[in-house]
Design a protein around this ligand. Structure first.
Ligand code: ADP
Ligand code: MG
Length: 511
């Protein structure tokens, strides 16, 4: 009996040890896996770091590149395109004007009725349409036929326009948000398509001529008086409301900026004479690049797999089209490193599967158990039953990617301010002149869903602006959101350059 009891006891002890061993082993393994995913996060955090010192280097690089882009054609990755917009609306514009806005997935037709005093827009009517996919790669004739047929429908449906307005040729601004080489405010040639458009016969063509021919074909008595880029429209609208507005930034699907520059600083265009001594410059800042930008292996891989490697480097770190894909790449790497998220979901292998609004929703999930994160992982990425602590990690990844984007956008904005001597340091040369002693109020008009609809992005951007500028200077810098600037601004510029306004003499490049 005694022997049996000992035997049983020993058996139980051995079994217990074995079970304990398995449990401990499992725990160790799971701890190791957890450490590996946390390692991926730490590595991401380190390579995305944007301490204020680094941001200031980006500010300087932006200002220097702006200078280089203005000095000579091809002098920088920043194109610094001339717009021939030498003055901006001030609120006294009057009458009914139209705009066509082509620049992405949506196309807009707009009519505004301007009151003529104190920046009053009496009425605004906008119609949005999606550009049918096939037209993006068809012929220019097909594209312009489509645009002008929508414009014709819009005009035919209007009832509220006064007889006086109807009796004269309707004037319109054309917002065409692709890289264009302009030779006057109403004339420009397409350099290349972006954003999925590829209409070969349009490249190198004069854009307003094409539009005007299509208007005539449709029997529309309309005249396109200005050709602008979306950021120029945003600047125009910003300035219409607030005369201290000096620059405009768009952070949406892509990103770009423009600002008012002294004509004599545009060295690549010698002898440029403008009525105001200044001109709006379209930076095409999405293409900015500097070795000071904090780049990760995810950025490098995304760039290499993109249709435009080595281009739009700044845009690929900042804008809505790309952030979701950086996130996807990080999550994929975490899944490959460990099974904390279960088996690797095939969804994670699909480029651009996670759109920006969903990433923003996960980042801003304020439910205590991160329900939104769980739902998006489950429904969009087919990753089931993710434990809470792993969901927290997902939020952290969103945070790192978005924070870097917002802080870099802030550095870009300060770069512009530095170039025009509004950053409180005396500008690019760093020599503090007497006029800088008193900082002038400086307004930057901002549009784009990342800034307007993504609170965390906006907060990080503001925080970085304060850090870079210091509070004393930052209190003089106002970021102001405008709405539909790309098209309303084009209509305002059409009003300003209207044939019926007194000062619409054509400013153009001296040949
Ligand atoms: P555009 O396409 O002309 O840039 P928007 O400024 O509206 O127009 O930007 C749309 C882009 O913004 C979308 O492609 C998406 O990436 C991003 N986006 C849309 N909604 C949100 C949101 N709620 N939070 C974060 N990003 C968003
Ligand atoms: Mg747009």
């Amino acid at each position: 009996m005694g022997k049996l009891a000992v035997g049983v006891a020993v058996g139980v002890a051995v079994a217990t040890c074995a079970v304990a061993g398995v449990v401990v082993g499992r725990r160790l393994r799971s701890r190791r896996k957890w450490r590996r995913v946390v390692g991926v996060l730490r590595e991401l955090e380190e390579s995305c770091e944007t301490p204020v010192g680094r941001l200031k280097q980006v500010v300087d690089a932006m200002a220097v590149e702006m200078h280089a882009g203005l000095a000579s054609e091809g002098g920088s990755k920043l194109k610094m395109l001339l717009t021939f917009v030498d003055r901006l609306p001030n609120g006294s514009e009057i009458g009914t004007y139209y705009a066509l806005d082509l620049g992405g997935t949506n196309f807009r037709v707009l009519r505004v009725q301007l009151g003529g005093t104190r920046s009053s827009i009496l009425s605004k009517d906008v119609k949005r349409q999606r550009i049918p996919q096939h037209l993006m790669t068809s012929t220019s004739e097909d594209l312009f036929d489509f645009i002008t047929s929508k414009l014709k429908q819009f005009v035919e449906q209007e009832e509220t326009v006064s007889e006086a307005a109807q009796s004269r040729t309707r004037e319109l601004g054309f917002t065409f948000s692709f890289p264009v080489k302009q030779i006057s405010i109403r004339s420009g040639f397409l350099i290349r398509w972006t954003k999925g458009f590829a209409i070969e016969d349009m490249i190198g063509c004069e854009i307003i001529e094409r539009l005007q021919a299509a208007l005539m074909k449709k029997g529309l008595d309309m005249c396109a008086t200005v050709l602008v880029n979306d950021t120029v429209g945003i600047l125009a609208l910003g300035h219409y409301y607030d005369a201290d507005t000096v620059a405009a930034v768009k952070i949406g699907t892509g990103t770009n900026a423009c600002y008012m520059e002294r004509a004599d600083a545009i060295i690549k265009c010698q002898g440029l004479l403008t009525s105001s001594g200044a001109m709006v410059v379209n930076m095409e800042w999405g293409n900015f690049w500097s070795s000071h930008l904090p780049r990760t292996t995810y950025d490098i891989e995304m760039d290499m797999e993109s249709p435009n490697p080595n281009d739009q480097g700044f845009e690929k770190m900042i804008s809505g089209m790309y952030l979701g894909d950086i996130f996807r790449r990080v999550l994929l790497r975490m899944c490959e490193e460990s099974d904390v998220f279960g088996p690797v979901s095939s969804k994670l292998l699909i480029p651009f599967v996670l759109e920006m609004p969903l990433m923003a929703a996960m980042h801003e999930d304020d439910t205590p158990d991160l329900k939104v994160v769980a739902a998006i992982l489950r429904e969009k990425l087919e990753i089931q039953d993710v434990p809470l602590k792993a969901r927290r990690l997902v939020v952290k990844v969103c945070d790192v990617v978005t924070r870097r984007a917002a802080r870099l956008a802030a550095a870009g904005i300060v770069g512009i301010l530095k170039k025009i001597g509004r950053d409180g340091t005396g500008g690019i040369t760093g020599s503090r002149s007497r006029s800088d002693a008193k900082m002038r109020r400086t307004v930057v008009a901002v549009e784009g869903s990342l800034y307007t609809s993504y609170m965390m992005f906006r907060e990080y951007l503001h925080e970085a602006l304060n850090e870079i500028l210091g509070e004393d200077v930052a209190q003089h810098v106002v970021l102001r959101t405008t709405e539909d600037g790309s098209c309303v601004g084009a209509a305002l510029l059409a009003a300003l350059h209207s044939s019926s306004s007194s000062s619409s003499e054509g400013l153009h490049r001296r040949r």
